[in-house]
Design a protein around this ligand. Structure first.
Ligand SMILES: NC(=O)c1ccc[n+]([C@@H]2O[C@H](COP(=O)([O-])OP(=O)(O)OC[C@H]3O[C@@H](n4cnc5c(N)ncnc54)[C@H](OP(=O)(O)O)[C@@H]3O)[C@@H](O)[C@H]2O)c1
Ligand SMILES: *[C@@H]1O[C@H](CO)[C@@H](O)[C@H](O)[C@H]1NC(C)=O
Ligand SMILES: *[C@@H]1O[C@H](CO)[C@@H](O)[C@H](O)[C@H]1NC(C)=O
Length: 365
């Protein structure tokens, strides 16, 4: 093997130090030396640190150092600080639209962007086009593997299929860890089962749902993931003017509860609708099927939708899911008649941060 070129390390600026951000910082600062990365900036809602030659922090001290900083977070200032650096990537670990809106600016300045934040890529066509354009002009890259299926290899798998000339026929999957858990518990092959409201209550208690479970049950998260996948397929690149809002959506939030803004009250009142969900489950069972909340990108039919659907009790969506797993089936010209299936934990800080780390390694290989 030829000797490795010695390239200077890639500068990394991290925005957002919540669950995923903290884990990412920890993984980054635990790499064996010499690391291909140096951490040059940390920005949270309350503080910020920047040093163009690398912060003097370890995985045990970064948090207290950041806490002690009295520099106010200022994203525009960060753009200016990072612009002069030679090779630099911003990692956005927030769910903030305000940060997503800055991607075109970062990219125009030659700053790469890697993120698990779905907001930019599943939003308006206008923002998406600005991202494409800015990246094209400067050559800076944007990487989004963890936006769908967390650490599971979904976006890159699709990208490789498209780039190598495979024809995508249909992508079908369980994309929400929360919806996965809820229906894995609620709808099984066995004749009895718990009520829908009791399953949602337990899911909330275990911390599997958003503080307000309607934010999971409305299907929006699935629509965002579908728009990211669809836009990575040439046929659909311009098909979603309003991003996730242009995806056909089935909300499981009962209309009568749409105005309930308190999560606890929502769960308390959900039992008024148990009979409706029971009926759907019985209908499925009578056909030898279970209910699953799925997302579908059907290229042949031109359909992109999130929906509650029935699957035979022998189908992988019925037999192989546990906990809050995601499962994604790629039906393509090459993977036909048997699809390529990707399955595993679709949420959690450790796997999500790994997906982002994988994106960072793509920039240094
Ligand atoms: N957790 C998962 O399993 C998972 C899986 C796939 C994708 N994701 C995505 O990963 C992202 C992070 O998720 P998470 O679970 O880590 O959420 P989180 O714990 O709520 O962390 C988000 C962090 O962003 C910070 N933040 C928000 N707005 C900011 C701004 N304008 N500037 C700087 N920092 C800001 C918040 O700061 P404060 O702490 O000061 O409030 C918070 O620490 C989200 O986009 C999420 O959708 C998460
Ligand atoms: C889905 O539809 C519901 C109403 O049925 C709406 O509240 C929700 O915002 C919609 N979600 C998306 C992603 O369009
Ligand atoms: C995700 O990122 C890849 C580059 O890694 C890109 O080709 C693809 O278009 C992106 N998709 C979206 C919706 O951002």
């Amino acid at each position: 093997m030829p000797a490795k070129r010695s390239v200077p390390p890639l500068s990394v600026a991290v925005i957002g130090t919540g669950l995923v951000g903290s884990e990412l910082i920890s993984q980054l600062l635990s790499l064996p030396s010499p690391s291909p990365f140096i951490l040059v900036a940390l920005v949270s809602l309350t503080g910020s640190l920047f040093s163009p030659t690398g912060l003097s922090v370890t995985k045990d001290t970064w948090r207290s150092t950041l806490k002690a900083s009295n520099a106010k977070p200022d994203l525009q200032a960060l753009v200016e600080q990072l612009s002069p650096l030679d090779r630099v990537v911003v990692v956005d670990n927030t769910a903030a639209q305000a940060v997503a809106d800055l991607y075109p600016e970062f990219l125009r300045r030659g700053i790469h962007v890697a993120t698990p934040n779905k907001k930019a890529f599943s939003g308006s066509q206008e923002l998406y086009d600005q991202i494409l354009q800015a990246s094209k002009e400067s050559g800076a890259r944007w990487l989004n593997e963890s936006t769908v299926g967390a650490g599971l290899p979904v976006v890159q798998t699709l990208k490789d299929m498209v780039a190598s000339g495979d024809k995508i026929k249909k992508i079908e999957g369980v994309f929400s860890g929360t919806m996965s858990y809820i229906f894995n518990e609620f709808s099984t092959a066995s004749p009895d089962g718990p009520s829908f409201s009791s399953v949602v209550r337990v899911a909330k208690e275990k911390g599997y749902t958003e503080p307000h479970p309607a934010d999971d049950l409305n299907g929006a998260d699935v629509c965002r993931k579908l728009s990211i996948l669809a836009r990575s397929i040439p046929t659909f690149q311009n098909a979603l003017p309003e991003g996730y809002k242009s995806v056909a959506n089935r909300s499981l939030v009962p209309p009568a509860l749409e105005s309930v803004t308190n999560g606890a009250e929502f769960v308390d009142r959900l039992n008024e609708f148990d009979a409706e969900f029971d009926k759907l489950r019985s209908e499925a069972r009578a056909e030898g099927s279970v209910l699953r909340f799925v997302g579908v990108v059907d290229v042949e039919q031109g359909v992109i939708k999130a929906d509650l659907a029935k699957y035979s009790v022998t189908h992988p969506f019925a037999t192989s899911l546990g906990g809050s797993d995601n499962i994604i089936m790629f039906h393509t010209e090459r993977y036909s008649p048997r699809p390529l299936i990707v399955q595993g934990a679709g949420a959690g800080a450790a796997v999500t941060a790994m997906g982002v780390m994988g994106d960072l390694f793509k920039l240094v290989l």
